[in-house]
Design a protein around this ligand. Structure first.
Ligand SMILES: NC(=O)c1ccc[n+]([C@@H]2O[C@H](COP(=O)([O-])OP(=O)(O)OC[C@H]3O[C@@H](n4cnc5c(N)ncnc54)[C@H](O)[C@@H]3O)[C@@H](O)[C@H]2O)c1
Length: 258
């Protein structure tokens, strides 16, 4: 990628879920802006390939496992000497999480663990490094569903993202005077392989959603990555505890253009 600004020269960025989708696009963007990128992901093949491409490091990590998460941040620090940016982004959206009436406790808990407990663990591991440095930027991936309701429910997913949003806000406030910024990134629906495949098979399902997007299209992973790079960089130095929506205008819309 031809990125002229080198806003992240020499910074160390930990990215969870960096092997695919939004995480992968962000790994590429942060590396293009000069960061050393450390990927924590479950998928060793795709994770290693992404790290090699970005000239960074892959650490096999299950983000629901406290020891594994601590090891991820320790490896980042031991290899590159600091932890400047944490993009806590790994998440799942499984099909057995839907209406509250049909979603069992096991399905509920699984999504809470991967989407919410993981962010707690990653922030808990990252903050002490940043306190010692007196500086750091944490970006936690929530979603536009943290601020809007959907009749096509994914109940545990939405609740988990609401949790990520509230936790990020609180951490942003608590650590603001220690030079640590914490923001919740709330993407709208993004063109990832899963979504493209699902909607190609079912155009009506895509249309039901697209009608709510003022821009009339889904986002691209690179557009989300650009927002992460901004939040990671000093260009966002007065932004913390923020609900950072990157959603094509969905959350602001009542009637959309024809
Ligand atoms: N795609 C969208 O439309 C959209 C919209 C809003 C928010 N989000 C959020 O953005 C984030 C990334 O989504 P994506 O669409 O890029 O997903 P994706 O499925 O393309 O990538 C997710 C990555 O997380 C990894 N992962 C899953 N469980 C893990 C675990 N326990 N430990 C470590 N790694 C794990 C996967 O291996 C994968 O590489 C998620 O938090 C998701 O909820 C996505």
């Amino acid at each position: 990628m031809d990125v002229k600004a080198q806003r992240l020269e020499g910074r160390v960025a930990v990215v969870t879920g960096g092997a695919s989708g939004i995480g992968l696009a962000t790994v590429r963007r942060l590396a293009a802006e000069g960061a050393h990128v450390v990927i924590g992901d479950l998928d060793p093949a795709a994770g290693k390939a992404a790290a090699d491409e970005a000239g960074g490091l892959f650490v096999a990590t299950d983000v629901t496992d406290q020891a594994a998460v601590e090891n991820l941040f320790q490896q980042a620090f031991d290899t590159y000497g600091s932890v400047d940016i944490a993009f806590n982004n790994a998440g799942i959206s499984p099909p057995d999480d839907n209406s509250i009436l049909d979603t069992g406790l096991e399905a509920w808990r699984k999504v809470q663990e991967v989407n919410l407990t993981s962010v707690y663990l990653c922030c808990k591991a990252a903050i002490p490094y940043m306190q010692r440095q007196g500086k750091g930027s944490i970006i936690n991936t929530a979603s536009f569903v943290a601020v809007m309701g959907a009749a096509t429910s994914q109940i545990s997913y939405s609740a988990s993202k609401g949790g990520v949003l509230a936790m990020s806000r609180e951490l942003g406030v608590e650590f603001a005077r220690q030079g640590i910024r914490v923001n919740a990134l709330c993407p709208g629906p993004v063109n990832t392989p899963l979504l493209t495949e699902l909607f190609a098979k079912d155009p009506e399902r895509a249309q039901r959603r697209l009608v709510h997007v003022p821009m009339g299209r889904f986002g691209e992973p690179e557009e989300i990555a650009a927002a992460v790079a901004f939040l990671a960089s000093d260009d966002s130095s007065f932004i913390t505890a923020n609900t950072f929506l990157v959603d094509g205008g969905i959350s602001g819309a009542y009637v959309t253009p024809l």
